[in-house]
Design a protein around this ligand. Structure first.
Ligand code: BGC
Length: 750
C-alpha cells in the first residue's frame, strides 16, 4: 500500500484574527437548544474540589497519567466528563464539557469539521469536499487537509474535532446527502485518506474523531434504519475502513451512529463497541454518541458507550445505575480513563487550546492545491482541454452562479467561508437545517484572469435558449452544473436536480442546448458524489470539480487552462443509472420512530465490487481519471514474499509519461482472489501516485503488506473470527482504473 510519511508543513505568518466573541450558534445547537427545552434536559453540575498534595500527573505513559488524574477525581467529576453539558459552551460549537481546573483538565469544546471548521464558529477556510481529498489518492495531500482543519480549530480554541466521516455511503447509497463528507467507496482508500486527515488534526493538539460507527449510509430514516448485514461482509467493507482508521492513525475518539446494526442501536451495540472496536482492535480512546443517538443508560454504558452527547438525557442516571449495581463502577472509571487518555495522547492537557490567528493565505493555498489535485477529468474528446488562452477570443461561462461562487455541502459539515458566503439560500428540503452556501470564489473571474485577451461573458443558465445564443457566438462554452447535498436528506436520484431556492432548474436541458449550439462545450460538475450525465455524448469535456472549496474558482481555471494538469481519480463509481444500484430505491422509514430494515444484500461487494460482481457497465468506473498527458506501464513483475515474517507481495513496474506535458498517474493494484473464497471479483490492494515530466520513465515498487490493518490479501473468517489467507491462486493486476488493468502475475497461498 501507498503509505506516505506525513510531515507537518512549516508555519506561515498569521494574518487573520479570530473574533473572540462569537454569537452565531450552529444550526445543530439551535436544534439542540430547542429539543432540550422540549425534553427538559438538565445540566450536570461540576463540583471541582481542590485537592491538596495533588500528585504530579505530568509524566509517564499515557495510561499511567490517565490513571493518575482519574485517581484524584471525585465521583461527580467523573460523571461530569462522560456527558455533554447541553450547551454550546464557551465558543458555540456542537457540544461542550466543562473542564476541571483544579486538576488542570481543560474544557472540551466539540466542533464539527469534515471539510473545514464547522458549526458557524466563525469564518474558516472552506476546503474542497472530503471526497475531493480522497480523489487525490495522495495521503500527503490528505495530511495537509487535516492540518488546515486542526490548526483553525485550535485557533478558535476548540479541542475536539467531530469530522472523520469514513462511512462507505458512496458505494452503499450514493444518493446519501453526506457523501461529500466521506472518502469514497473503497475501505482501503477511504481508510488511508482518513488516517492522514486524522493525523493532520491530531498533530495540532486537537482530538480527532472518526464516525459514524457504523454503517450509517443513508439519511432517510437515519435514526431508525436497521442495517442487516453479516459479520464477514461488514468486517471486509465498512468496518475495514474504520479498522484502518483506528489502528493506523491513533485516533482517540469514535462517534457511534444513529442507526441500528442487526437489530441493536449502534450506541448500545456491544458487539460493535466492545467486541470489535475495543477488544479486537484495541482502541484505547473513547466512544461518544452521535447527537441524541443514545437510547439507554445501563445498556449503553455496559455496551461500551463512554460519553453521551450533547446532553445527559440518559447518563444523568448513570450515578444511580452505579449505586444500584446495574452499571459497575469499573465501567465509569474506564469511560473516564478513556477520555483522559484521549486528552493526554493528543496533547490537550499539556497544550490546552488557546485562541490564535488563522493563517488565511497559507490555508487558502492548501485549499486550492487540494482542489487542483482532487478534481477529476472525466472526458476530453478532441483534446478540447486544456484551453489555449492565446487562441480564444470569446468564452461563454454559463450556469450555477459561476459568476460569484462555488457550491458547498450542507449540514453539520457546513463551513462559514472566510470572506463570507457569496450566496446563501434556504432550500425547502426535508428536515433541512442551516442553509445552502456558495463559497466566495468566482470561476468567471478566474477564467477571465486566465484569458485576459478574451471576452468572457456570463449567462445564468435559467433560460437555455439565451444560454445557447451566448454559446453559439463563443469559441468555447463552459457550463457549470451543480447538485446540492446536505446532511438530513438524501438525493432523490443521481440527476442534476432542480434547486428552486438557488434558482437552478433544467440543468440537463441547459447542457444539451449549449452543446447543440457550440461543439466546443466543456461541463464543470459541482457535486458531492456520483452523477448521471444524459448529455455526455453531446459535449467534449467534463471536469468533476466536487464541491471545490473557497479557492475553487482559481483551481478550476488552472485545470481548464492547463496551468495544472488534472490528476484526480474517482474514489467512487459513477453508475449509468440508479437501476444499477444494489437498492434502486432508497428504503424509506414507515414513520419517525419504528425501526425498519435496510438489507445489505450486496454484502462486501460495495461500489465497484458490486458493479464487477453483477457485470454492470458504470458511467465511469472507480479509479478512473484522465490527464493532459498519457502514461504507459511496462516491465511489471510480481514478487511474492509470503513466507517471511513480514508477508507481502511487491509489484514492480516502469511508468513512463508518454505525452508532452508533466503530469501524475495513480498506479493501482487490484487482487483477484481464489474463486472458492467467493470474494469480490477485484479488490484494490495498493496504489501510488507518481509525478513525471514529459518522456520521463520511473521504476516503482508498490509493496502490499499483509500484516496491516488493511488485511489486503485476506478474507474475514467468521468461524475462527480472524482474517485468513485462503488457499488457492491469486491474480494481481496493475492499471490506471478498476476497469483498465493488466495481469502482472499470479501467486499461490498458503
Ligand atoms: C451528525 C454528526 C455531527 C453532530 C454534531 C449530528 O447530526 O450526524 O456527524 O458531528 O450532529 O453536530
Amino acid at each position: 500500500m501507498n503509505s506516505s510519511t506525513a510531515s507537518a508543513p512549516a508555519p506561515l505568518p498569521p494574518c487573520y484574527t479570530v473574533p473572540v466573541l462569537h454569537k452565531l450558534l450552529a444550526p445543530s445547537l439551535c436544534l439542540a437548544t430547542l429539543l432540550l427545552a422540549a425534553c427538559g434536559g438538565s445540566t450536570p453540575t461540576a463540583s471541582p474540589s481542590p485537592i491538596n498534595n495533588t500528585p504530579d500527573c505530568s509524566s509517564g505513559s499515557v495510561d499511567s497519567r490517565a490513571t493518575c488524574y482519574e485517581s484524584q477525581m471525585t465521583q461527580a467529576q467523573k460523571l461530569q466528563l462522560v456527558t455533554g453539558d447541553s450547551s454550546a459552551g464557551t465558543m458555540g460549537g456542537a457540544g461542550f464539557i466543562p473542564g476541571i481546573p483544579s486538576l488542570g483538565i481543560p474544557d472540551l469544546n466539540f466542533v464539527d469539521g469534515s471539510v473545514g471548521v464547522g458549526n458557524g464558529l466563525g469564518p474558516a477556510t472552506a476546503l474542497p469536499s472530503s471526497i475531493a481529498s480522497a480523489a487525490t489518492w495522495d495521503t500527503n495531500e490528505a495530511y495537509k487537509y487535516g492540518t488546515v482543519i486542526g490548526k483553525e480549530m485550535r485557533a478558535y480554541g476548540a479541542d475536539v474535532n467531530l469530522g472523520g466521516n469514513v462511512n462507505l455511503t458512496a458505494g452503499r447509497e450514493p444518493r446519501d446527502g453526506r457523501t461529500f463528507e466521506t472518502k469514497g467507496e473503497d475501505p482501503l482508500l477511504a481508510g488511508a485518506i482518513t488516517v492522514a486527515h486524522l493525523q493532520g488534526i491530531e498533530d495540532q493538539h486537537v482530538i480527532a474523531g472518526i464516525k459514524h460507527f457504523a454503517l450509517n449510509d443513508q439519511e432517510s430514516g437515519r435514526t431508525t434504519a436497521n442495517v442487516i448485514i453479516d459479520e464477514r461482509a461488514m468486517r471486509e467493507s465498512d468496518l475495514l475502513a474504520f479498522e484502518i482508521g483506528v489502528k493506523q492513525s491513533g485516533v482517540q475518539s469514535v462517534m457511534c451512529a444513529y442507526n441500528l446494526v442487526n437489530g441493536v442501536y449502534s450506541c448500545e451495540n456491544s458487539h460493535l463497541l466492545t467486541d470489535i472496536l475495543k477488544t479486537s482492535w484495541g482502541f484505547p480512546g473513547f466512544v461518544m454518541s452521535d447527537w441524541w443517538a443514545t437510547h439507554s443508560t445501563a445498556a449503553a454504558a455496559n455496551a461500551g458507550l463512554d460519553q453521551e452527547q450533547p446532553n445527559n438525557t440518559y447518563f444523568s442516571q448513570l450515578g444511580a445505575a452505579i449505586s444500584s449495581g446495574t452499571v459497575p463502577q469499573t465501567r465509569l472509571d474506564d469511560m473516564v480513563h478513556r477520555i483522559l487518555h484521549a486528552m493526554i495522547a493528543n496533547g490537550v492537557i499539556d497544550n490546552p487550546p488557546s485562541k490564535g490567528t488563522l493563517d488565511v493565505a497559507g490555508d487558502e493555498a492548501i485549499a486550492q492545491e487540494e482542489e487542483e489535485q482532487g478534481a477529476v477529468l472525466l472526458q476530453n474528446n478532441n483534446t478540447q482541454l486544456p484551453l489555449n488562452a492565446a487562441a480564444l477570443h470569446n468564452i461563454a461561462v454559463i450556469g450555477s452562479h459561476a459568476d460569484v461562487g462555488v457550491l458547498s455541502g450542507g449540514g453539520s459539515a457546513q463551513v462559514q467561508p472566510i470572506g463570507g458566503a457569496a450566496l446563501s439560500f434556504k432550500p425547502l428540503c426535508p428536515p433541512c437545517w442551516g442553509g445552502q452556501i456558495w463559497d466566495p470564489s468566482s470561476p468567471l473571474k478566474a477564467i477571465q484572469a486566465a484569458a485576459p485577451g478574451a471576452t468572457v461573458s456570463f449567462n445564468d443558465g435559467s433560460d437555455p435558449t439565451a444560454a445557447a445564443t451566448l454559446a453559439a457566438g463563443a469559441d468555447v462554452a463552459i457550463v457549470f452544473v451543480s447538485n446540492w447535498e446536505s446532511e438530513g436528506m438524501d438525493l432523490p436520484d443521481l440527476d442534476f436536480d432542480d434547486d428552486p431556492a438557488a434558482g437552478i432548474s433544467g440543468q440537463d436541458a441547459l447542457v444539451s442546448a449549449v452543446a447543440a449550439a457550440n461543439p466546443h462545450t466543456v461541463v464543470v460538475v459541482e457535486s458531492g458524489g456520483a452523477q448521471i450525465m444524459p448529455w455526455l455524448n453531446q459535449v467534449n469535456a467534463v471536469l468533476e470539480a466536487w464541491y471545490p472549496g473557497q479557492e475553487g474558482g482559481p483551481a478550476i481555471a488552472n485545470l481548464l487552462f492547463g496551468v495544472v494538469n488534472p490528476s484526480g481519480k474517482l474514489p467512487i463509481t459513477f453508475p449509468a443509472s440508479v437501476s444499477q444500484l444494489p437498492r434502486p430505491q432508497i428504503p424509506q422509514p414507515p414513520d419517525s420512530s419504528t425501526p425498519f430494515n435496510v438489507n445489505y444484500t450486496e454484502g462486501y461487494n460495495v461500489g465497484y465490487k458490486w458493479f464487477d460482481s453483477q457485470n454492470l457497465t458504470p458511467l465511469f468506473p472507480f479509479g478512473f481519471g484522465l490527464s493532459y498527458t498519457t502514461f504507459s506501464f511496462s516491465n511489471a513483475t510480481l514478487t511474492n514474499n509470503l513466507s517471511g515474517s513480514n508477508p507481502n507481495i511487491q509489484i514492480s513496474f516502469n511508468l513512463q509519461n508518454t505525452g508532452s506535458v508533466a503530469g501524475a498517474e495513480v498506479a493501482q493494484v487490484y487482487l483477484q482472489m481464489p474463486a472458492a473464497l467467493n470474494e469480490a471479483p477485484r479488490r484494490l490492494i495498493g496504489w501510488l501516485k507518481v509525478s513525471l515530466n514529459p518522456g520521463q520513465t520511473q521504476s516503482e515498487t508498490i509493496e502490499v503488506d499483509e500484516n496491516t490493518a488493511a488485511h489486503p490479501l485476506s478474507y474475514w473468517d467468521p468461524t475462527s473470527q480472524q482474517w485468513q489467507l485462503g488457499s488457492g491462486t491469486y491474480n494481481v493486476y496493475l492499471g490506471d482504473s478498476s476497469r483498465n488493468t493488466t495481469l502482472v502475475g499470479t501467486f499461490q497461498a498458503p
